[in-house]
Design a protein. Sequence first.
Length: 566
Amino acid sequence: MSFFFGLVFGITLGILLIVTLVRFENTRSKRRSELATTIAAFSKMTVADSRKILPAEYYPPWVVFSQRQKLTWLNLQLKKIWPYVNEATSEMIRNSVEPILEQYRPIILDSLKFKKLTLGTVAPQFTGISIIEDRSDGITMELELQWDGNPSIILDIKTLLGVALPVQVKNVGFTGVFRLIFKPLVDQFPCFGAVSYSLMEKKNLDFTLKVIGGDISTIPGLYDAIEGTIRDAVEDSLTWPVRKVIPILPGDYSDLELKPVGTLEVKLVQAKELTNKDIIGKSDPYAVLYIRPLCDRMKTSKIINNQLNPIWNEHFEFIVEDASTQRLVIKIFDDEGIQASEFIGCAQVPIKSLEPGKVKDVWLKLVKDLEVQRDNKNRGQVHLELLYCPFGMENGFVNPFAPQVSMTSLEKVFKVEADGTEVGDIAKAASQKRREVIVRGVLSVTVISAEDLPTVDLIGKADPYVVLLMKKTETKNRTRVVNNSLNPVWNQTFDFVVEDALHDMLILELWDHDTFSKDYMGRCILTLTRVLLEREYTDSFPLDGAKSGKLNLHLKWTPQPIYRDS
């Protein structure tokens, strides 16, 4: 009896153990599966997801979510050795910056040099560091730096009138990002051949100027001239793509230097609705354009007197050295004669926004400051045509940078098309006689229609017609009048013999016909750049000076190039 009881008990206990073991294994398997799912989910989490789960203060100090690493250790070491760094750096700045200040020196000054230069007792602070992935044979590092220092900087300034002024630079504050490039990487210690440094981003630069023993404001325009010189020198001599290359190991590192990569053709067409800076009459606007604020690379337009809607139609060419970061800057001023010009507004265009070899027509809104966009005041707009030509580009844009030749890149395009010769060889081009390119041909303009014209007549309609004018030759044509319509259709074609297409423009004015008078309705101003390159196109153009409306046009160019020796 006890045997059977033991057997039953043993079997029952065995079954229970087996069932328990199976359930335990199933539970473990389920937990392992859930854990694997959880781990997989964690692996897909972003930094933002992890911060939602647990605030940053609960993470250990070695956990870092930012690409920029803190540099407390470096700041402590820099603070210890700052007196020695200050002495060496001050001498280096004096030797390297003085020639730059002289290069940017405004015309009202006879000389601009350092009388005293020391960076003070406060060391700069590195607030972050990041490593940029570089597929080439180099390492790129970016250091974020902040400095609210107490330097002692005195400039020795002499004006053209012979007045000597010791000017102190005070209250210096700077925040920016410096880029260091260690390239090329080599097997020999310290494992890189040279280091290049550049100011990648200038977030803030503040300082004040004070004449020792006097007031700098007593000389009109002097403060702005010196401040502008310092800012331009910092902006252009240190800011990327400009870089300083310091050889570490013997070798040729000329490939690391900044080099021209192309040219930017700019046609300054017009401006409209400019702010009036004059109490009597209207402003006398002119434009200053540049990619780098070097005196010999800045271009200045002619002055248009007493006009808030000036038409310039001027062509300029600029050297491009880094299309990915450089930009075209345009500043509009009001000429005040012998007094300092008054600033109206400025605008900029990143070169990377331009398609190489493709003309871009843009209207830019003028602002007070390119960096601080807090200005809602209407300062007007400026109209540009832009053409970026990289060196080595096909379709005639072969090495267009040839300063010894009077032709611009755009003119060389038409020369290549006309006679099939290459002008990319600078040495060959320099030996040629200087030539003036006259692009002559026939421009056919078809005025197709207009749409959504503003109401002019009392009955709610208009009787529109279009006047076409070639600016240089003053040749005129006009369409017929379409009565009682805000969406007129003309389909009329006019031919103009153009003697200098590169520097001419077409002006189309829309008028409302009345029995005893006529009312102005708006206008379109077109350069011939696009039709010269594309030969034929159809497009719609908004009316300037009108609340609404646009003109639909078809333009065709039939070239007859003529070249004259100058």
